[in-house]
Write a protein that binds this ligand. Structure first.
Ligand code: PMT
Length: 404
């Protein structure tokens, strides 16, 4: 049901009778959990009012390229970067021609040029226009650019003719969009992912923790589910929405997390340690609330188990991916952790006041013994999908090397 949860969809509507179906599509996409922003061409506004789309999406509708009001809320480049996928439904013959030729004369065509998200089109037009060689040539060119063409359907048309050119039914478009996120990269494999912070108790009311929100780990869990994996998530105390379609184990301290990981790890093929695990805990947790007394208070700490290093050292270790959260010398420190903990891969992120922890966006430098890949600034959801793709590639490479 909620197959599009956390997905950011930019729905473009162009001019045509089928524009009324875009309202039904919008309902289907939001029902399935997507966050949808609508962009309409001026011609689309002749067929369906922006107010309808605004009421259904709960967001202002974007129409003009140079509209100061909507640009100040979210500029067109931000909108292009925000989207996980761009759907144009209905896509008119005119819009298809403009997209083929790379015109940027209105907001929607500009967004399609500016985005690096996949684009999906649901063409809708008179059957002669669809069958016209110009349209067919355009469609072939767009398909060659990996733009997905959904439909069109064939049947009775609003103009009274019969033939191909009807917009695909909204439910089928919503299904195709959900399927486009499922890449099957890790079908059949089992992943264990840690996420969030740990809490190290001081006394019954106080603890030591860190700024991790759990976003990165949960985004990885969602991306792994999309990739077809069976996913278990072990997370520390977080306040964000938990991932669905995973086995979720909630823990408090690093020792709890260590225990849970060691119990679960046996059946897993891949381990991703995205949690910000406390390196130290109290030697002795006070039974009662510590009273204010002298000017100083000394807490004596002892080392926690290094969960990641322990998993990597197992005789039948899974493909082991660590994270490195660094405030300085990012690459050097990450390589050091990769080698010292004998990992298959490490994802390094710069952290600090405004970076990494508890942010919607991040950048990652991914390192493995023979390579490096930079994953540029993006939402953690997008970044997680890219990281899962890199992990899948290296995981299969390692397995095939071991098989030979
Ligand atoms: O949760 P968010 O707000 O989205 O923030 C994401 C993040 C910044 C927490 C995440 O991207 C990240 O960097 N996670 C790892 C944080 C961390 O603890 O890094 P580290 O460099 O201190 O540890 C290195 C690795 O060892 C990590 O994979 C960590 O999970 C693991 N570790 C550390 C200590 C310990 N006792 N056991 C461990 O397994």
């Amino acid at each position: 049901m909620y197959q599009l949860k956390n997905k950011r969809i930019l729905l473009g509507v162009t001019g045509g009778v089928a524009a009324y179906k875009s309202a039904i599509l919008l309902r289907a996409l939001t029902r399935d959990g997507a966050d949808v922003r609508v962009v309409m061409t001026l011609n689309a506004c002749e067929f369906i009012t922006p107010l309808t789309m605004q009421a259904l999406s709960g967001r202002p509708v974007h129409i003009e390229l140079l509209d100061a009001e909507t640009e100040s809320a979210m500029g067109h480049i931000d909108l292009a970067r925000w989207a996980d996928v761009v759907i144009v439904a209905p896509a008119s013959a005119n819009f298809i021609a403009r997209l083929t030729n790379g015109f940027a004369e209105d907001l929607l065509s500009t967004l399609c040029l500016a985005t690096n998200a996949p684009i999906m089109l649901a063409p809708a037009m008179n059957q002669q226009m669809w069958l016209n060689q110009a349209t067919q040539d355009n469609i072939l060119k767009l398909a060659a650019r990996k733009i997905q063409i959904m439909g069109p359907d064939s049947g009775n048309q609003a103009c009274g003719e019969i033939g191909p050119g009807r917009m695909l039914e909204p439910e089928l478009i919503a299904k195709a969009v959900a399927e486009s996120f499922s890449n099957g990269l890790l079908t059949g494999s089992r992943l264990l992912i840690t996420a969030g912070p740990t809490r190290e108790a001081i006394d019954p009311v106080r603890y030591i923790t860190n700024r991790s929100s759990g976003r990165m780990g949960f985004a990885l869990a969602n991306a792994a589910v999309e990739a077809g994996a069976d996913v278990t998530v072990i997370c520390g105390p977080v306040s964000i929405e938990k991932p669905e379609r995973v086995k979720l184990i909630e823990v408090q301290s690093a020792n709890d997390m260590h225990h849970a990981v060691m119990q679960e790890i046996g059946i897993n093929d891949i381990f991703i340690s995205a949690a910000a695990v406390a390196d130290y805990c109290l030697v002795k947790v006070a039974d009662q609330k510590i009273k204010k007394s002298g000017e100083d208070l000394q807490l004596i700490l002892k080392k926690n188990p290094d969960i990641l290093a322990e998993v990597a050292a197992l005789e039948c270790a899974p493909f082991t991916v660590g994270f490195a959260a660094e405030t300085e010398n990012l690459e050097e420190n990450a390589i050091n952790k990769l080698q010292r903990k004998k990992l298959d891969m490490i994802a390094a992120n710069q952290v600090g006041e405004e970076l990494g922890f508890d942010k919607e966006e991040n950048t990652l430098t991914v390192l493995w013994p023979s390579g490096i890949q930079q994953l540029e600034l993006a939402s953690k959801d997008k970044l997680a999908r890219a990281l899962i793709a890199v992990i899948a590639e290296r995981y299969y490479e390692k397995n095939s090397n071991q098989a030979h």
